[in-house]
Design a protein. Sequence first.
Length: 319
Amino acid sequence: MKILVYIQRDGDSIGRNSIEALAGAQKFAAELSGEVMAVCLDSSLTEKLTGYNISEVITVSHDGLNTYSPLHFTAAMEQVIADVSANVVVFGHTYQVRDWAPRLSARLNAPFISDCVDADGSTGLTGIRQVYQGKINTNISAEGLVLMSFQSGAFRADSVETGSAAARTMDVDLSSVPATIRPGERFKESKGGVDLTRAEVVVSVGRGIGKEENIPLVKDLKESLGAELGSSRPVVDYGWLPHERQIGSSGQVVTPKMYLAVGISGAIQHQVGMKGSDNIVAINKDPNAPIFEIADYGVVADLFEILPKLSQSIKDYKS
Ligand SMILES: Cc1cc2nc3c(=O)[nH]c(=O)nc-3n(C[C@H](O)[C@H](O)[C@H](O)COP(=O)(O)OP(=O)(O)OC[C@H]3O[C@@H](n4cnc5c(N)ncnc54)[C@H](O)[C@@H]3O)c2cc1C
């Protein structure tokens, strides 16, 4: 079983989603007794990739791949997949992948199990994805060549196994690809440069804050921690914070080192956006709040008592 992972560049480095997808592929490969390979369309990523536990890094260099082009990416990947006789092609579920992987799926007549939160190789090739707004998981099995993408946070980037991989470059023929699609300016999800997906610490506020006038309490805490501010959906629906702060199935998906949930119950639609965080701390006055089921540290308390003291203690500690 050959598992080929597509590595997407983000800025000057490998995209976090791609590292997570690589970690997922390694787990999947162990269950399937398979072999993991990686393909990148950018030679600046090759050296870093050879430090992971994969059998081979394939670098495809071609002028037509220097900027994003769904037609060129599709044609190049089609040739790589044929060259290595891949059985499974794994992607991080990014906006870019969402744009061109379905095209590749159609071209290859291969099923695309998209937006998976896990994969199970113990009973064949099975992708696990959420349905009904994250209320239940469904297992989708497929045979033959299969494309699969993993949701951000499905696997932990720091669980990727390191090792030593061989590297080679591959030439592709893109001469017959029409230049009918040209990239525009790159889409940025958040206005004003807010990208919660890169934050190391997120302090997130929920309906428990009661009213807009109380939001500064949470802002004070996030500033003392040097964190980014996130929120649950009701806080956005009420207009207390802009949508770019929303975390969850209809907001951003974050995986910080610490996620501090303040007055958030932990509905599944919220969990989808933060359960991949390294450490989850929850402050909630209800000991039965679902957030405590996934929290590493839980504080059962009235946030209006805790927050001012917590902010002050952190400031004292730092000074
Ligand atoms: C299609 C769809 C998409 C959705 N997408 C999202 C999404 O992207 N993100 C999202 O967050 N939600 C989303 N939701 C909404 C989701 O179902 C929940 O309604 C929402 O997450 C609840 O937000 P909350 O935890 O802030 O509020 P609540 O569920 O009302 O929880 C408030 C919590 O605050 C606690 N609390 C109250 N007062 C205090 C106090 N003084 N001190 C301490 N704790 C206190 C309460 O005990 C309670 O647990 C979506 C729903 C649907 C149907």
